[in-house]
Design a protein around this ligand. Structure first.
Ligand code: ARG
Length: 467
């Protein structure tokens, strides 16, 4: 028997000639879907147990299959499994090896199932495990971010709009803004998990199967909440992969925003923070350089993740029901998204708690940028001026400051009174940076005591997580 005829034993009955060698390589997925081997075996175990429970397999056959799968799993774990392109994908490689090991009983495993429901089950199991790992890394990053925020509830820095100095804030407040983005990402991740956690097993090729299968049993065994409701949808649905990639695109967008700020802040021009050397590299030519590689690389990785989202959306667009071979193209974008997100989160979770803010530089930058101008306007409003008039008065004072090189707090009382006779000596309380932040003393504001409370609340939310 030639090698190629042997190749087609899984469907060879109908075929008069072997698959073209190039087509065989072109259509094979084993090179990338072998990473779902553990889930494939897990699914097969649940299926075999169920077939036995409903009387399709005998106890002896069930046991033979389970111990054969033990051996297959051991070979894979030991790196001794021979993956073969001729066996196309992870499912057929494992089934064929099982049959080599235990003989004809191995051929019974595929009773009442198809690779279509098998692959849908494997991807969901694989992605669910990845989601749990990603959830744990995200939680670790949030814990580190909140921890750093709690240490810097009174560390003053300039807050920006249009990247121009706007009003003073505390560094902890800025970090907790990052945490809010991540908190929403975590919520989206868990929503995705809840929707994907249904078992397609039993949908078979597309229409279900004639055997008396127990789909509740396999769903339970695999930790799914319930079986999916419609067999056609079960084998064709890839919403969960798209939903995950949407989550990932948004998370990576957030990490890129954090990255961008770190890149700016570590520059000599800002000099707001220092990253430990272990997260940076030097230049081969410029001895003075210390480049923020980790944030830059994470910022750059958004591109591929956004690309994968578009790949999957385009893959599914206009696909007729039910399974189409197109769907084999779902795996590489999905797997790369998982790996990219996990790597980026790991780097950030390690790096963020190690950020060392330069409090004096931040404070100086806040002081220099007329960041308490709004406070002066609010002061004049409290003295009875309409806000628009107060805005005008302060605008003139700032123009004077720009011309003379003095910040508002550095002008004499007489100079300030030249702009409005409503100004008294108590004005200096509001012109200080500490006075400015302390005055924003409400839920969500930057007053140190509010930021402290927000950090505590954020930590509480993390502790309430079950995943
Ligand atoms: N390797 C295939 C995939 O990844 C498995 C399902 C193939 N089913 C089929 N009828 N060709 O989608």
């Amino acid at each position: 028997m030639s090698k190629q005829t042997d190749t087609n034993t899984l469907w060879g009955g109908r075929f008069a000639e072997p698959t073209d060698q190039f087509v065989q390589r072109f259509t094979a997925s084993v090179e990338f879907d072998q990473r779902m081997a553990a889930e494939d075996i897990q699914g097969s175990r649940a299926h075999a147990d169920m077939l036995c429970a409903v009387g399709v397999l005998s106890d002896a056959e069930r046991e033979q299959i389970q111990s054969g799968l033990d051996q297959v799993a051991a070979e894979i774990a030991a790196g001794e499994f021979h993956w073969s392109i001729e066996r196309e994908d992870v499912h057929m490689n494992i089934e064929a090896r099982l049959t080599e090991l235990i003989g004809n009983t191995g051929k019974k495993l595929h009773t009442g199932r198809s690779r279509n429901d098998q692959v849908a089950t494997d991807i969901r199991l694989h992605l669910r495990a990845a989601i749990d790992a990603i959830g744990a890394e995200l939680t670790r990053l949030q814990r580190g971010t909140i921890g750093l925020a709690a240490e810097h509830c009174a560390t003053i820095m300039p807050g920006f709009t249009h990247l121009q100095t706007a009003q003073p804030v505390v560094f902890g407040h800025h970090l907790l803004a990052w945490n809010e983005m991540l908190e929403r990402d975590y919520g989206r991740l868990m929503d995705c998990r809840a929707r994907l956690n249904q078992s397609p097993l039993g949908a078979a090729a597309l229409a279900g199967t004639t055997y008396p299968i127990d789909r509740e049993m396999t769903a339970r065994a695999l930790g799914f909440d319930r079986p999916t409701a419609n067999s056609l949808d079960s084998v064709s649905d890839r919403d969960f992969a798209i939903e995950f990639c949407s989550f990932a695109a948004l998370l990576m967008t957030h990490l890129s925003r954090m990255s961008e700020e770190l890149v700016l802040w570590t520059s000599a021009q800002f000099n707001f923070v220092e990253l430990p050397d272990r997260f940076c590299t030097g230049s081969s030519i410029m001895p003075q350089k210390k480049n923020p590689d980790v944030p830059e690389l994470v910022r750059g990785k958004v591109g591929r993740v956004n690309g994968h989202l578009i790949s999957l959306l385009t893959l599914m667009k206009s696909q007729p029901l039910a399974y189409n071979k197109d769907n084999q193209e779902d795996k590489e974008p999905l797997f790369d998204t998982i790996d990219t997100v996990l790597g980026s989160l790991r780097a950030f979770a390690d790096m963020v708690p190690a950020i060392r803010p330069r409090a004096a530089q931040m404070r100086e930058a806040a002081r220099r940028g007329f960041s308490t101008a709004t406070d002066l306007a609010d002061y004049l409003v409290r003295k009875g001026l309409p806000f628009r008039d107060a805005h005008e008065v302060v605008g003139k004072a700032v123009a004077h400051g720009v011309a003379s090189g003095a910040d508002l707090a550095e002008m004499s009382l007489v100079t300030l009174q030249g702009f409005s006779d409503e100004i008294d000596a108590d004005v200096f309380d509001v012109l200080t940076l500490e006075g400015s932040v302390a005055a924003r003393d409400h839920l969500g504001g930057t007053a140190p005591r509010q930021v402290q409370a927000a950090a505590d609340a954020a930590l509480q939310r993390l502790s309430a997580r079950t995943q």
